[in-house]
Ligand binder design. Structure first.
Ligand code: ARG
Length: 566
């Protein structure tokens, strides 16, 4: 129910036009003694030379108190609206139950495509804790845009190019063997790589060999290239395991190597437009007048750079998908890189340059000493996930209502969900120190808490034995109380929240509303008996159903399983 729009409809037509009243003018007051919604009147005080009190009086000329608003009040410069609880409650409830999983969806994205570059892992390395946020935030934004009717293209711009591959393959040729490679996969490649780096400290010759080896990869040397391809395949299989645990699918895996021989056109164009400059033998675009330093396009040895490949990739994406927006999700440390190459595209007069967005987030780390990181490096994502799954298993094992198979499922969904949620719980720019005990606290502001609330709704619905369609004779008297009303109002915020999350690229809006809904539900449920003397109160049950619908939708947006039982 679009309450804000309905409030606007209560104003007199002429007032509406004169004051240019829009749903966006309406805000939510900090607490409900100030009404359900409010409208700040300050904007007109100056132009009309009137006090907020007088402005409010003008605004409420011929105001319709028969509609969704029952009463208005002016307090401290705000016009506060008190809604008709019966109208709101019954309409919200009926709308959610009728729309089901479509509640909050829209078609604003119709015929628009959004590209999302996220996760974008460097291959032949472990996915570590630093990859969690890009993967989870990117996936969640993708789900949100799909929900709003956009077509999305999830791109895993894999790091499958660069001298590290020369080093790994050199090491493999020197010290490795196929049997171990097949048996140990990425672990083995990482060991070889670490050995290479150690040995190379005392042996410059090795680095030279690695450079030659990398050149052979680029030239598709018949001996070296198949090894490279094998390394790539092994790594992709490895990361796919994590994506499948996280329930994430990509539409494109076109990575850095794909662009390694496709950069000439854009470099030539930069040259022709006089944007390219020499700098100690390297080629740069000078962006100092925009406070962005110099964007390196080619190194002095002629090799290309990260930015150059991104420029080529961006054109390619535009040509393929004609995107409405193209998003890149990485940590904040890459801010300059993105600002630079976006600016270069702008200087090249790309019409789409304004539609590129770098979505950055803060550091996600573990407290010292928790989950030993392998090989002295950052903690590895698959270790964190299995640690969390195992911990959940210990909790779930005592639950006698679950079969062994269900226990497995619940442990995985809850364990993974707890990790996922931690990455989207707070504003993305905030640094997060991940605390697994906290993330798994069923009574905290966590995904297990939301999942548990959802499962609780499912079990209440199941026990009540009432079929879906018997809830159409809703009786307001059964839910005429504060906790029911709060719950319904919170549920009704969902569509607006999803929209805001999409505008600000902020998944935490969705996480928060799910926490708010779960809290409101648990309060509602402890104050209202759904089943009394073996009889189900259908209107009260309808609230449980509505809650279940929205929690399931929201969890799906976050990429977390909504379990029926746990
Ligand atoms: N592979 C890069 C890294 O791990 C991230 C790539 C982000 N996307 C891009 N188009 N530059 O740091």
């Amino acid at each position: 129910m679009n309450i804000k729009k309905l409030i606007i409809d209560c104003f007199d037509e002429e007032v509406k036009v004169n004051f240019n009243l829009l749903p966006e003018n309406i805000a939510t007051p900090p607490n409900n003694t100030m009404g359900d919604f409010c409208m700040p009147c300050f904007a007109w005080v100056k132009t009309l030379h009137k006090s907020p009190m007088e402005v409010a009086k003008d605004l409420t000329t011929n105001f319709n108190y028969e509609g969704v608003v029952e009463k208005t009040e002016v307090v401290g410069g705000y016009l506060n609206f008190f809604l008709n609880k019966k109208i709101v409650s019954l309409n919200v409830l009926a709308e959610i139950l009728a729309s089901k999983e479509n509640f909050g969806k829209s078609d604003e994205g119709q015929n628009k495509t959004i590209c999302l570059d996220f996760s974008s892992v460097n291959l032949a390395k472990y996915m570590h804790i630093g990859h969690l946020s890009t993967t989870v935030i990117g996936n969640c934004l993708r789900n949100i845009f799909n929900f709003l009717g956009y077509k999305t293209v999830a791109i895993n711009y894999i790091g499958d190019y660069g001298t590290p591959f020369g080093k790994m393959i050199t090491a493999y040729k020197l010290w490795g063997n196929e049997k171990d490679l097949n048996a140990k996969g990425v672990d083995y490649i990482q060991d070889l790589y670490i050995k290479f780096c150690q040995e190379a400290e005392n042996d410059e010759e090795l680095n030279e060999q690695a450079r030659i080896c990398f050149a052979k990869i680029e030239n598709k040397d018949p001996e070296i290239y198949p090894i490279y391809e094998k390394f790539i395949k092994i790594s992709i299989d490895e990361v796919q395991k994590i994506y499948s645990l996280l329930n994430i699918k990509f539409d494109s895996w076109r990575g850095e190597s794909y662009y390694s021989d496709k950069m000439d056109p854009i470099v030539n164009e930069l040259n022709k437009k006089g944007l390219l400059q020499d700098s100690n033998g390297a080629k740069i675009v000078d962006l100092s007048e925009y406070n962005l330093g110099a964007c390196l396009i080619r190194k002095s040895d002629g090799s290309s750079l990260y930015a150059t490949r991104d420029l080529a990739a961006c054109d390619d994406r535009y040509n393929n998908y004609n995107f409405f927006k193209s998003l890149y999700v990485t940590d904040v440390s890459q801010k300059l890189h993105f600002s630079q190459f976006f600016k270069v595209l702008d200087l090249l007069d790309r019409e789409y340059a304004q539609n590129l967005h770098h979505i950055f987030y803060g550091r996600f780390s573990l407290p010292d000493g928790k989950i030993a990181s392998r090989k002295g490096k950052q903690a590895i994502l698959k270790d964190i996930l299995s640690y969390s799954i195992n911990k959940t298993k210990n909790i779930v094992n005592d639950n006698k209502n679950l079969t062994e198979e269900e226990k497995e499922k619940v442990s995985t969904s809850v364990g993974v969900g707890a990790v996922v949620f931690s990455a989207v719980k707070n504003e993305k720019i905030k640094d997060v120190v991940f605390d697994l005990d906290e993330a798994l606290d069923f009574n905290g502001e966590t995904s297990p808490y939301i999942q548990y609330t959802h499962a609780r709704c499912c079990s209440i619905i199941k026990k009540s034995n009432v079929a879906d369609d018997c809830i159409y004779d809703l009786d307001f008297n059964q839910i005429d109380n504060e906790s029911s009303y709060e719950l319904l109002k919170t549920l009704n915020r969902f569509p607006d929240i999803v929209k805001q999350a999409s505008e600000k690229f902020e998944p935490c809006f969705v996480s928060r509303i799910l926490i708010d809904i779960s809290k409101a539900f648990n309060k509602y449920y402890s104050n209202n008996r759904v089943v009394e003397d073996n009889k189900t109160n259908k209107t009260r049950l309808a609230l449980v159903m509505a809650t279940k619908i929205i929690l399931a939708s929201g969890l799906k947006l976050l990429g977390i399983d909504a379990l029926e039982k746990m």
